[in-house]
Design a protein around this ligand. Sequence first.
Ligand code: RB5
Length: 161
Amino acid sequence: MRVAVGADHAGYDLKEAIKQLLESRGVAVDDVGTVSRDSVDYPDFAVRVATAVAAGRSERGILVCGTGIGMSIAANKVNGVRAAVVGDPDAARLSREHNDANVLAIGARVTSVELALTIVDVFLGTPFEGGRHQRRLDKIEAIERDPSMAPHPQTHGESKH
Ligand code: RB5
């Protein structure tokens, strides 16, 4: 697996720790920066990771900023990217099983290093469940193509799924 990683100054230290973890797991890492704690703008790095994933150069992306929020907002502007801000391992698992999230956004100012590394392991190790969840992703793709053509809501006789 190849994973693109990026961070701003707030996420730089955690990105380095994540990079180490990935390399120890035999994952190929494409580090798009930043390269120090000097102040930078997170969208510049979000777009590099997002386009690497959308173009298929990397299977997954990991972005780190102070909260993960700015990175996820920016990454989700790129068609084909499903970026999820995650702060616990259950959400990491569900972001893969239900949403087929292909970019993980983590907040270095709100997540401990230990927890972040656990989240990364779960995110990379969990497959997409498909089925009814694929139908919902197809609707997200339809919104990307043309929001005015988005399908109407319908029920499917399921609850809590
Ligand atoms: C930088 O101070 C901070 O705003 C950024 O890292 C991020 O948290 C934005 O969402």
